[in-house]
Design a protein around this ligand. Structure first.
Ligand SMILES: [Cu+2]
Length: 113
């Protein structure tokens, strides 16, 4: 009986630790075309409304965006597309022109580099 209890505990632990059940997050890093602190605000605010995205943080120095997301609700490609829709390149997905054109001049590619 004792072993059965252990087995039961193990099965429960396994079930609860699967991402869909526990809602645990996955993390990706995306290389963006961001330039400055303003880009950081624009991207982080914009990403806050994207489905399945829990947390974003842009490193201004390296332009790398770290995204914490719920894998049951979204995936890396959707997240890259969301970044592109805000006006920034995201890995191999280019910025959407319309959004990019609306960015301030200091946020355009090559503005500070
Ligand atoms: Cu900027």
């Amino acid at each position: 009986m004792k072993n059965l209890g252990l087995l039961f505990a193990f099965v429960l632990a396994t079930v609860f630790s699967t991402p869909a059940f526990a809602g645990s997050n996955e993390v990706i890093k995306i290389q963006t075309s961001s330039q400055c602190d303003m880009c950081k605000t624009t991207i982080e605010k914009g990403m806050a409304f994207v489905k399945g995205v829990r947390k974003t943080s842009l490193d201004v120095e390296s332009s790398v965006l770290t995204v914490e997301y719920n894998p049951a609700k979204t995936n890396p490609d959707e997240i890259r597309k969301a970044v592109a829709a805000i006006g920034y390149d995201a890995d191999d997905i280019p910025a959407e022109k319309e959004a990019y054109d609306k960015l301030d001049n200091c946020c355009k590619k090559g503005a500070h580099k």
